[in-house]
Write a protein that binds this ligand. Structure first.
Ligand code: CO8
Length: 263
């Protein structure tokens, strides 16, 4: 269902139900040029629509998840061009249109837009030596793809402020210690193995409940607590209308393995 002729990414299905996008622009350390983002968006939309994909992995190489937005592409941009063409807005498709969970597997550099791309994903896994940072201040600019908002929510204001104002890098181990990454792995191989395992676990559950889990957790980032809890309850109520809720609870009572409806 996915095309094989991408220039800056690769797609694969490492396990049944798991779709993987691998950023593949090695000469520029996966710098996120516009054509790369367009390909990424296309691949993610295909996985979002594919019946045989329930969980998505987004990764780069051992050396670089992504070293940022493409500085060479951005350098000559004028305010008018950026404003009228809504530069960077298309990046957020990942957060607005992709309803299946995305795990970022981060090894090597995840800087600027690369760090922001990882934070747009639903779960971050990384290696101990992964190299995160928001160094935009060094280029005379600021994070532009959500970094100032998502990093602050992920690790707190004081730490985020320090990192964004100094541009200093932080390690995968620190990202995990601070709660930004869910898990940290000693090697690249262990990272990929662990990521695929988690994606496979998620893909083994009911698709409707997995998508609803993602939706309600993400609402917690946008809504006040009372509204968020109410939203969650409505979705929870709605799931009593799904076939999989009946299948899952019946299987529990009968001590059998649920066979999901795949709807
Ligand atoms: N953009 C364009 N090209 C890049 C980028 C980048 N972000 N990062 C690396 N490259 C290129 C280098 O220019 C180099 O190309 P060439 O061989 O043609 O000179 C090649 O990749 C390899 O890089 P290095 O030789 O520098 O490799 P090192 O191992 O010496 O260093 C570093 C690795 C530390 C990652 C270094 O490359 C670096 O500092 N890169 C820039 C990191 C950075 O500042 N990122 C933030 C960019 S700004 C940003 O993301 C703003 C986001 C705003 C919102 C979204 C906007 C689209």
């Amino acid at each position: 269902s996915t095309r094989f002729s991408y220039e800056f990414i690769q797609t694969s299905q490492p396990k049944p139900g798991v779709g993987q996008v691998t950023l593949n622009r090695p000469k520029a350390l996966n710098a996120l040029c516009t054509p790369l983002i367009n390909e990424l968006n296309e691949a993610l939309q295909k996985y979002n629509a594919a019946d045989d994909v329930s969980a998505i992995i987004l990764t780069g190489s051992e050396k670089a998840f992504a070293a940022g937005a493409d500085i060479k592409e951005m350098a000559p941009l004028t305010f008018s061009e950026a404003y009228t063409k809504s530069f960077i807005e298309s990046w957020s498709l990942l957060t607005t249109q992709i309803r299946k969970p995305i795990i970022a597997a981060v090894s090597g550099h995840a800087l600027g837009g690369g760090c922001e791309l990882a934070m747009m994903c639903d779960i971050i896994y990384c290696t101990e030596k992964a190299n995160f940072g928001q160094p935009e201040v060094k280029l005379g600019t600021i994070p532009g793809a959500g970094g100032s908002q998502r990093l602050t929510r992920a690790i707190g204001k004081s730490r985020a402020m320090e990192l964004i104002l100094t541009g200093k890098f932080f390690s995968g181990k620190e990202a995990a210690d601070w709660g930004m990454a869910a898990r940290v792995f000693p090697t690249y191989e262990a990272l990929m193995e662990g990521t695929i395992k988690t994606a496979e676990t998620i893909a083994g559950y009911s698709k409707v409940s997995v998508m609803a889990c993602k939706e309600v957790v993400n609402k917690s980032q946008d809504l006040a607590l009372r509204d968020g809890v109410e939203f969650e309850r409505r979705v929870f109520h709605g799931l009593f209308g799904s076939e999989d809720q009946k299948i899952g609870m019946k299987a529990f009572a009968e001590k059998t393995k649920p066979e999901w409806s795949h709807q």
